[in-house]
Design a protein around this ligand. Structure first.
Ligand SMILES: NC(=[NH2+])NCCC[C@H](N)C(=O)O
Length: 284
């Protein structure tokens, strides 16, 4: 069975609209059955401009990891509706703690693998993969929820990349992470790329799927804080989800970065709600 967990976290990015995500989704669908993990707001004493709102982001991610791991223990599949992508540090850590060998797919315009030395913004939502792989300078980030890396670089795939920072490109190459830029997917065809990805995941037991709404074209899905021109259509991302749900063993999912303040006629909200139902069909 699927269990939907919601978090209104925004301090990994500081775009205020993100914090209204769950409120708007519940207004549009009062039947949406959510377990809410509210964002923790702490006093910020570290004040490192390379790791903005550090204490709050770590505390929120830790809380999410605990709640998410309880669901794994109850043999439920957690689907996390999150604000900014930093909170996936918690959800992926929980999945990692609950399975033998974890694979991760990051459906996103961004690689989110910046570290303190490469971040252009100091926003931790641009760093969760670096934290999960244990390559940041911060022990708290690398050892969030439990000590050590949460999965191996060779067990990860990116699809949809359109905006990767120079320092991130170096990490992708150095770590040998399989990645598909959006243009490449267009050129080769989504189905062919998905076939390769499914094969790639034969090496793992279970898969965590993290879907950032900014993987899609902002002209179609405008409710995102870091829009990048181009990108998937909503039908494309649904095709990706179906391929994974049908051909790999998905144990956990995230839908992230929906920002109601930037949405137009609730199209992005409706996408989130429809996607929850699409996923739910597979766990009846
Ligand atoms: N999950 C996201 N929307 N990430 C955007 C990251 C943008 C940029 N690469 C940064 O590090 O700040």
């Amino acid at each position: 069975m699927l269990k939907v967990i919601g978090c209104n976290n925004h301090l990994g990015e500081t775009a205020p609209g993100l914090a209204g995500n769950l409120t708007r989704l519940q207004e549009l669908n009062p039947q949406l059955d959510l377990e809410v993990v509210a964002e923790t707001v702490c006093e910020h004493v570290k004040n490192d401009p390379r790791l903005k709102n550090f204490e709050s982001v770590v505390a929120t991610s830790e809380n999410l990891a605990k709640v998410s791991q309880e669901k794994h223990a109850e043999k439920l599949t957690p689907l996390h509706i999150l604000g900014d992508h930093a909170a996936a540090m918690g959800t992926v850590a929980a999945a990692s703690a609950s399975v033998e060998t974890l694979g991760v797919i990051w459906i996103d315009a961004h690689a989110d693998i910046n570290t303190e030395s490469t971040t252009p913004s100091g926003h931790i939502h641009g760093m969760p993969i670096a934290a999960l792989l244990g390559i940041t300078e911060s022990v708290e980030l690398n050892d969030l929820h439990f000590a050590g890396p949460k999965f191996k670089p060779e067990h990860m795939v990116y699809i949809g990349l359109r905006d990767v920072d120079p320092g991130e490109k170096v990490y992708l190459e150095k770590l040998g992470i399989l990645h598909y830029y959006w243009d490449e997917v267009v050129e080769r065809g989504l189905a062919a790329c998905l076939e390769e990805i499914v094969k790639h995941f034969q090496a793992v037991d279970r898969v965590h799927v993290s879907l950032d709404l900014d993987s899609m074209d902002p002209e179609l899905i405008p409710g995102v804080s870091v829009p990048v021109p181009g990108g998937f259509t909503p039908a494309d991302t649904h095709q990706i989800l179906r391929a994974l749900l049908e051909n790999t063993s998905v144990c956990s999912l995230d839908l992230v970065e929906y920002n109601p303040e930037l949405d137009v006629d609730d199209v992005s909200a409706k996408y989130v709600l429809e996607t929850v139902e699409l996923i739910r069909e597979y766990y009846k």
